[in-house]
Design a protein. Structure first.
Length: 132
């Protein structure tokens, strides 16, 4: 009976750890710990310094940051791709443990229950572990 309870407790703990995604959020001035869940989504917003147009990058939290998509105008997309490929098709299958963006004009990150804004600096979001 005791072993069965321990097994059930271990399964519950493993399930919780599998759903929780601890991360560190760094800016040039601050470092914070955060906890996300696999089903949460995020969005990064900034203004492209060359085209002057807004860019929004959406993503999901799964095992890693994944399911990326970009919303911007045609000129800015052509700036990034030289017009040779569809940006959303290319990045949809990408995944990473770390996101890092720098901007002079400013960056906004919304992910899970958190929102951060940085002007004239960098913003980094890194998962601390990626169990299954």
């Amino acid at each position: 009976m005791k072993r069965r309870r321990l097994a059930i407790a271990a399964i519950i703990v493993a399930g919780i750890l599998g759903l929780c995604k601890p991360a560190v959020i760094r800016t040039d001035r601050d470092t914070r710990l955060a906890v996300f869940f696999r089903w949460q989504s995020g969005e990064i917003r900034f203004v492209n310094s060359v085209t002057g147009r807004p860019v929004a990058i959406d993503f999901q939290i799964g095992r890693r940051f994944q399911a990326f998509s970009v919303r911007t105008d045609e000129t800015t997309e052509a700036y990034y791709t030289s017009g040779t490929y569809d940006m959303n098709t290319r990045i949809a299958e990408e995944y990473t443990d770390q996101l890092r963006f720098c901007s002079v004009k400013g960056i906004s990150l919304r992910v899970g229950f958190y929102t951060f804004a940085v002007k004239d600096g960098c913003l980094e979001l890194a998962l601390l572990w990626t169990l299954w």
